[in-house]
Design a protein around this ligand. Structure first.
Ligand SMILES: Cc1ncc(COP(=O)(O)O)c(C=O)c1O
Length: 380
């Protein structure tokens, strides 16, 4: 089978892992963790980075550090991976779900501005959602598929309403927004994932980056069981959310090749757009004018056949493919979450077909996928 997205471990991964074993640094203290944080900070254009055990734990600790609390609402696009919503729930808060823009599949700033103007009221220092009486305490844009959200507009809205911003940048390391890297876009914190299906992996892991030293120190403190200076003394309810040296060793080796790996992803996205874009009813993933996407996943939108028919016909040809995220408002745990109109999300999500896009995919395999999908669409 040609897989969808598997790690590309052709660099220094094995050597660095051996160094961990030889030095006996396998846990959350070790030189690779420090080096990994420096590399993530540099790649994302942020001065501070804290390595975490996953993207989800990074999101949870970021929201906690910014003061998101029980019963709050956090603004979130419905078109995202469930981990974004779960991190909000893990704070005891609830996502307030919004649509994405048609031209980017990222959080629609106009919808957010309009809903905040109509549906919230300021009571003292708090912004309150009138219908539910809940405090709105943060805004979480998602860089869908590695494509940056419209951050200038969203950060402007956040400033107007005094809302902190945490960006779910899980798959966006290497992307640029109006020529700026994604760690420096007006959000208080941005969070990356280094899960196995990401362009650069640590075999699992995450990182929280930000501009503010004190805030990032708080993220570090909270994710290290809020350990105070003395042994076994803790000054807050913290988490055991740090990345291990083993994970960071793999992550460092991957980050050494970040540019090449992202370029491979972009080459694959271009090949699918060129090889499939002319087919009837086929759409390509949007790249808005402000974005140099990291092109995490590649694929198309389908008219006919349906995504499940295409997945099964491609499987017959030993090609893996899959549907994409089922929106949060259609997921059982979030059926009652407050939500705005989700017309664009509803129109697109079930038409998205994700195609093989491992960075080591060669031109022969790409041609096979393109030919197989052309057959499938033209005979539907
Ligand atoms: C948009 C988004 N948010 C959050 C996550 C969660 O990251 P992790 O799997 O590292 O917990 C992922 C990916 O897995 C993701 O794609």
């Amino acid at each position: 089978m040609i897989p969808i997205a598997v790690p590309n471990l052709a660099g220094n991964e094995a050597r660095y892992l051996q160094e961990c074993v030889d030095s006996n640094y396998v846990s959350s203290v070790g030189p690779f963790v420090d080096r990994f944080e420096e590399m993530v900070a540099a790649a994302s254009g942020a001065p501070h980075a804290v390595a975490t055990s996953s993207g989800t734990t990074g999101l949870h600790v970021a929201l906690t550090a910014l003061g998101v609390q029980r019963d709050d609402l956090v603004i979130l696009p419905s078109l995202t991976f469930i981990a974004s919503a779960n991190a909000i729930s893990q704070c005891g808060a609830t996502p307030w779900l919004f649509d994405v823009s048609r031209d980017s599949w990222t959080l629609d700033p106009e919808a957010v501005a309009e809903a905040l103007a109509r549906q919230t009221v300021r009571r003292g220092r708090e912004l309150v959602h009138k219908r539910t009486g809940r405090r709105v305490s943060a805004l979480m844009p998602v860089h869908t598929l590695g494509t940056p959200a419209e951050m200038d507009a969203l950060a402007g809205i956040a400033r107007e309403y005094e809302l902190p911003v945490v960006t779910d940048a899980a798959a966006a390391l290497g992307a640029r927004y109006r020529s700026r890297p994604v760690g420096s876009l007006g959000a208080e914190l941005a969070v990356f994932s280094f899960n196995g299906n990401k362009t650069v992996t640590a075999g699992g892991g995450g990182a929280v980056v930000g501009q503010d030293e004190a805030l990032c120190a708080r993220v570090r403190h909270l994710s290290t069981t809020a350990r105070a200076k003395a042994a076994y003394e803790h000054d807050m309810v913290g988490f055991n959310y740090r990345m291990t040296n083993l994970q960071a060793a793999v992550g460092c080796a991957q980050l050494e090749r970040l540019e090449d790996l992202v370029e491979a992803k972009r080459r694959i996205a271009r090949a699918y757009a060129e090889g499939l874009g002319d087919l009837p009813g086929i759409g390509v993933f949007p790249v808005p004018p402000w974005a140099e996407s990291a092109c995490w996943y590649s694929g198309v939108t389908l008219g006919r056949p349906t995504v499940s028919e295409a997945v099964s016909r491609l499987r017959d040809k030993e090609i893996s493919s899959s549907p994409f995220w089922k929106p949060i408002h259609l997921q059982a745990p979030y059926a009652d979450a407050p939500r705005e109109d989700t017309q664009v999300t509803d129109e697109f999500w079930s038409k998205i077909l994700v195609l093989p896009c491992s960075t080591q995919l060669d031109s022969r395999a790409l041609a096979l996928v393109i030919e197989a999908l052309r057959d499938c669409v033209l005979s539907a």
